[in-house]
Design a protein around this ligand. Structure first.
Ligand SMILES: Nc1ncnc2c1ncn2[C@@H]1O[C@H](COP(=O)(O)OP(=O)(O)O)[C@@H](O)[C@H]1O
Ligand SMILES: [Mg+2]
Length: 251
């Protein structure tokens, strides 16, 4: 198989297996995500959601299988990996902004260092991105001066500054106070509406129902259901998914 045969999928995993020691964390993952699709990844704690996200940009190595981004096989390591990884943005529960740098500098750092942009161009683009996430008025502040919701929106802008083809979100609202969750979900929903290919681990079922095109339900490192949100929430097939939904929707 050549790398270009998979050009129709933005993300493609074939036969991916991942072990932590003896523990089989991901089992035979086969997955095709077309460009522009918004996938919500659900599953009990420890089912492998974070591991799956982390393998997609090779923060974790895999033991077998192949991962393609926009038709290009992800290499194990080296310079090509850095370039491909920059095409996959990732936002985590912890925003991990650089605390000693202003909001603007947090967003311009990678484009200047990795993409070789001039400061002027990087700042222009950073302001545009900060406007897009509604934070431009805070550009000269430091992360600690912003709320958690604002910091997470900056983290999203920082990822977008690398012009990724794919965005991965791993519980981006889990560390936020409830009143800040929607401002982050709104930014994610608008990214989705603009056509970004997204994989989101989230406990926000409203987001899953409204924004996702597809729900993947993981259990024990396997994709147990691959469904639409409508079907998954109203008529899940597996006992694992029924049990999971009963627990999260049970009160
Ligand atoms: N670095 C690691 N070393 C060993 N085990 C790990 C590591 N990361 C995750 N695991 C294990 O792999 C399983 C899946 O973890 P994870 O992907 O974080 O699950 P989820 O995000 O669905 O809660 C868990 O049993 C977890 O303990
Ligand atoms: Mg996790």
């Amino acid at each position: 198989m050549t790398a270009t045969e998979n050009a129709n999928s933005m993300i493609r995993l074939t036969g991916v297996n991942k072990y932590f020691g003896d523990y089989h964390a991901l089992t035979d993952i086969n997955l095709d995500i077309p460009a522009g699709q918004v996938v919500v990844l659900l599953g009990p704690s420890g089912s492998g959601k974070s591991t799956l996200c982390r393998t997609i940009n090779r923060l974790e190595t895999i033991d077998s299988g192949e991962i393609y981004i926009d038709g290009v096989l992800l290499p194990e390591e080296g310079k090509d990996l850095a370039a491909l990884r920059s095409e996959v943005g990732m936002c985590f529960q912890q925003f991990n902004l650089f605390s000693h740098m202003t909001i603007l500098d947090n967003v311009t750092l990678a484009p200047m260092k990795v993409r070789g942009m001039s400061r002027k161009d990087a700042e222009e683009e950073a302001h545009a991105l900060l406007r897009r996430v509604g934070i431009d008025a805070q550009a000269d502040k430091y992360p600690a001066q912003l709320s958690g919701g604002q910091q997470q929106r900056v983290a999203i802008a920082r990822s977008l500054a690398m012009r990724p083809k794919v965005m991965l979100f791993d519980e981006p609202t889990s560390a936020l106070d409830p009143e800040m969750i929607n401002e982050v979900l709104d930014v994610m929903a608008s990214l989705a509406a603009e056509g970004m290919t997204m994989v989101c681990v989230t406990h926000e079922m409203g987001f899953a129902k409204k924004v996702a095109n597809r729900v993947l339900f993981l259990a024990d490192g396997k994709i147990v259901e691959d469904s639409t949100p409508d079907k998954f929430f109203s008529d899940p097939e597996s006992d694992r998914a029924k049990d999971f939904l009963a627990k999260i929707l049970g009160h």
